[in-house]
Ligand binder design. Structure first.
Ligand SMILES: [Zn+2]
Length: 277
């Protein structure tokens, strides 16, 4: 009878938490202390970091304290929410967090074979071991911006890449308006971004010429990224033949780095899905 009681596992009894804690404290006071320290660290709430990720495990600090068996000692490790948090902060830093929620692959409508093909290609691009360039050229309304955004967001999330987003027209105005040292720094940031999404490059009426300044800047940016094999996503309302006419060197580099990931959408009113009911 005594033996049976000695062999009984008291840990399996439905004891109240205070009693369990007291037993743990008696059994191994050093470990009990470390566990308490870990718990109080993990319960501390961090001020909001703007990621919108809410995690009870780490109190939104992005790291958790655990007792390492080796010692035992207290170690701080990244929380399971860390990569989600980092992705959200990266997207927020380049102004894409809100758009990322709306312009996802799941929300992209594939009503036409062209849209299915565009989506397939964007998803295949994401699977490439070394990201090539991805470009959608031609008629607006087929969902170019939607898919470019979805591909950009997924690349930032899966590869943990810091990305930069550049809306061509407003970025150019910004670069022009800054004093030289500031505009130089801004351009350097875009040139060196581990992933860059250039949205609506050479926007403007097809019959109006693109200024030499715009072309020079586009060449400087894209030639640098071409030479350094830096992944780039690009959308433009210009068709690929138009790009070739505008600047053969830019178009040539685009074609070479994109390979099969360059889609040229030929004008046809039915392809403009924005105006569909
Ligand atoms: Zn967490």
């Amino acid at each position: 009878m005594v033996q049976a009681i000695q062999g009984f596992d008291f840990g399996s009894l439905p004891l109240p938490p205070e009693a369990r804690a007291a037993m743990a404290r008696v059994r191994d006071p050093g470990r009990w202390l470390l566990e308490n320290k870990a718990r109080s660290f993990n319960q501390q709430l961090a001020p909001p970091d703007g990621s919108g990720v809410d995690c009870a495990r780490c109190g939104n600090k992005g790291s958790v304290a655990v007792v390492d068996e080796d010692g035992p000692r207290l170690v701080v490790r990244p929380c399971v929410c860390r990569s989600r948090r980092d992705t959200a902060l990266r997207l927020k830093a380049c102004g894409m967090l809100d758009r990322a929620r709306v312009l996802s692959f799941e929300r992209f409508r594939t009503d036409t074979p062209l849209q299915s093909r565009m989506k397939e290609l964007s998803l295949a691009w994401l699977e490439e071991p070394k990201l090539p360039w991805l470009a959608f050229c031609g008629q607006s309304g087929a969902g170019k911006t939607h898919l470019c955004t979805a591909a950009f967001v997924q690349a930032v999330a899966r590869r943990q890449l810091p990305g930069e987003y550049m809306l061509w027209g407003s970025a150019l105005r910004e670069i022009r308006g800054e004093p030289p040292e500031r505009s130089g720094a801004l351009l350097a940031r875009l040139k060196n971004a581990p992933l860059l999404y250039v949205d609506d490059i050479f926007k403007g009426r097809a019959d109006l010429p693109v200024s030499d300044w715009d072309l020079r800047l586009a060449f400087e940016l894209l030639d640098y990224r071409y030479g350094n094999y830096l992944p780039t996503i690009l959308s433009t309302e210009r068709s690929f033949p138009e790009l070739l006419r505008l600047d053969e060197a830019i178009a040539g580099r685009l074609r070479e780095r994109c390979g099969k990931y360059l889609i040229n959408i030929t004008p046809e009113p039915a392809k403009n899905y924005r105006f569909r009911g």
